[in-house]
Design a protein around this ligand. Structure first.
Ligand code: GAP
Length: 461
């Protein structure tokens, strides 16, 4: 049933212009996607909310837009060159390359986190570990593969040593500019730097749509603090992350929080909590909050030879700030929103209505304007109204087909309000406003419309 839901969401995404398979024209390119006209609006709404909440509405936050290609030493300092690996195994029979942890979890129903390559290899020798593609049991030894994509700068020679990496997280760009921000802006610890941008990971994935891609977008914050305050700051960022989940329309029932056990924490972290969401394919990580200590700044001090300490003007104490890192995946947020919003409702006439019940403020289109019929006296008013409204709200205009069909199309993309200009409009300057969720209609005067829409968009927060 749940798997079925994912298939329906994927089909709707293509049918209604949210998400297309990457390089569709050439038969697709695994684990990449294009966001279509509706998807791009939804994505912008997610990013705008993040920026508004965490940068614009706070005194202690600034933004940054760092490069995708950073100095190669960055990734040595951060630990990604040595440790950002997946253990992969090859089927000798059909040549499929798989993540050994996923394979063992599927065949032996066991957790494998923290096991060495040798331990994983001996588990893979069990007869029940068979290839999901060809059904054979004929494996190579597992090997570690680094998840970073590498490329070369053309003006240097083409040797291994000249490799540059596409960033696998946006976070490091923030650490690299910590000193520039301190030196040029009037910031005082505690303060944070936020960034939104692409990250790249050469991942082998079991194909859960947008969940795990090789190119995706992150919204990350590095929040610089005095170490004595990490616990209260951790709690307050966790609350902010919950608020963000609520505002993008995720219900509490679908959310849970996974505390990473001490022995399994990443090398840089003293505490990590994953925000988990109940996706149709299972409960999985949506966002994360990590206390990264002073690991990154100290590592960059060591590798760059530059001081990254901070002098507190009030206490005169000089220290390397510690860091809390709230991290959000744009694509996972969008997938969770689609899964949460997707609904099928059986109407009185037996017809099934598919509707995306987005939080109205997140919907790609806020208002649709329809003339009841394609008659000039109606289309003139409808066009005029559309041009007025689109200055304030993302608005669509549609005059083709039966009105019922136009409603269904907008239900499927989650438009909260549809406005129809009809013959009564000519008499009393009122229009029909039809609500997506209840399908109820009311008549509103043209002079009142903007205020009415505004109220409705904000009422469900
Ligand atoms: N800077 C910390 C960091 O990158 P992460 O848990 O590896 O931590 C952060 O990634 C977030 O990025 C995840 O919580 C998830 O939302 C998103 N993310 C990670 N890998 C992804 C992938 N392959 N495809 C889509 N989103 C991904």
């Amino acid at each position: 049933m749940q798997d079925d839901k994912l298939k329906k969401v994927v089909a709707l995404c293509k049918r209604r212009g949210f998400v297309y398979p990457g390089s569709d024209l050439y038969g697709g390119f695994a684990n990449t996607y294009s966001y279509g006209p509706m998807g791009v609006e939804l994505k912008r709404n997610i990013k705008n909310l993040f920026w508004s909440l965490f940068v614009d509405q706070r005194d202690d936050m600034v933004g940054l837009d760092g490069p995708i290609l950073l100095h190669p030493k960055t990734w040595e300092a951060s630990g990604h060159v040595a440790g950002f690996n997946d253990a992969l195994i090859d089927c000798k029979s059909c040549k499929a390359r798989l993540r050994v942890d996923h394979l063992l979890e599927a065949c032996l129903h066991m957790e494998t986190e923290g096991l060495s390559l040798e331990e994983l290899g001996s588990l893979a020798e069990r007869k029940e570990v068979v290839c999901p593609k060809c059904g054979k049991h004929d494996w190579t030894q597992p090997r570690h593969f680094n998840l970073m994509f590498s490329t070369h700068i053309s003006k240097t020679s083409q040797g291994q040593d000249d490799a540059v990496y596409l960033r696998p997280e946006t976070a490091q760009a923030i650490f690299l500019d910590f000193k520039n921000v301190i030196d040029t802006m009037r910031v005082q610890v505690p303060f944070g730097i936020a960034q939104i941008g692409k990250a790249f990971r050469n991942e082998i994935t079991p194909g859960n749509f947008l969940f795990r891609q090789i190119e995706f977008e992150q919204m990350e914050i590095e929040y610089f603090i005095h170490p004595s305050t990490w616990e209260t700051n951790f709690e307050s960022w966790m609350n902010e992350m919950k608020r963000f989940c609520h505002l993008i329309g995720l219900s509490e029932a679908g959310l849970s929080f996974f505390e990473h056990p001490q022995e399994k924490l990443s090398h840089y972290s003293k505490r990590t909590v994953d925000v988990m969401y109940q996706f149709p394919f299972g409960r999985s990580e949506l966002f994360g909050l990590a206390y990264r200590t002073d690991f990154d700044l100290k590592q960059h001090e060591k590798h760059s030879g530059q001081k990254l300490s901070y002098l507190d003007p009030k206490t005169n104490e000089r220290f390397v700030p510690h860091v809390l890192e709230p991290t959000f995946g744009v694509d996972r947020a969008l997938l969770a929103m689609l899964c949460e919003a997707y609904d099928e409702e059986t109407l009185e006439n037996g017809e099934i209505r598919t509707v995306l019940r987005f939080n109205p403020l997140m919907a790609p289109i806020k208002v649709a304007v329809f003339p009841l019929m394609k008659k000039e006296q109606l289309t003139d008013i409808a066009q005029h109204l559309y041009k007025n409204l689109r200055r304030r709200f993302k608005t669509d205009y549609d005059e083709s087909g039966a009105i019922g069909k136009r409603y269904r199309r907008h239900d499927e993309i989650g438009t909260p309000l549809c406005i129809t200009v009809d013959y009564q409009t000519l008499e009393d300057q009122t229009v029909t406003v039809r609500h997506r969720d209840s399908m109820q209609q009311s008549r509103v005067h043209l002079d009142e419309l903007s205020r009415y829409i505004d109220q409705h968009l904000h009422s469900e927060l």
